[in-house]
Ligand binder design. Sequence first.
Ligand code: FE2
Ligand code: FE2
Length: 166
Amino acid sequence: MTDEMKNGLIDQMNAEFYSSYLYLAIGNWFRDQDLDGFGSWMEAQAAEEYEHAMKLYHHLHERGVTPRLAAIPEPPSSWDSVLAAVEAVLEHERYITGRIHELADLALSNHDHASRLLLDWYVNEQVEEEATASDIVRKVRMLADTSHGLFMLDRELAGRGAPAAE
Ligand SMILES: [Fe+2]
Ligand SMILES: [Fe+2]
């Protein structure tokens, strides 16, 4: 594997660990707002992001690379509103999609077909992740200005608490 590819995959592994930590921070804030359904949804997302990091970790080891585990930056701890918090999720997913696309380009230019195939999985995953986050942002926009609407949405999200299968 080229150094460029190696460093790109390691940075992405660390970015996925940060995503996990960020979503745990958002879940932590939702729990503090008595929105346990939103909280459990974010905790499930945090567990998924951890899996995304581990998939890269295992790929690197299989390719004979021991990744450096960088420091994970401290995430924010509060958001101005429920809408701001779910928008932060969508914005972060879009940022990650951009990074994944750059990495996929790198795999192509490095003729690293094993990494390209692995990254295909992430390209698809990002389509789903953005769709889910957009859907929730849309629902919060429609419903969150009434406490009843927010309560209903919190109940709905409680059902997504279990980490989804790939
Ligand atoms: Fe991810
Ligand atoms: Fe994600």
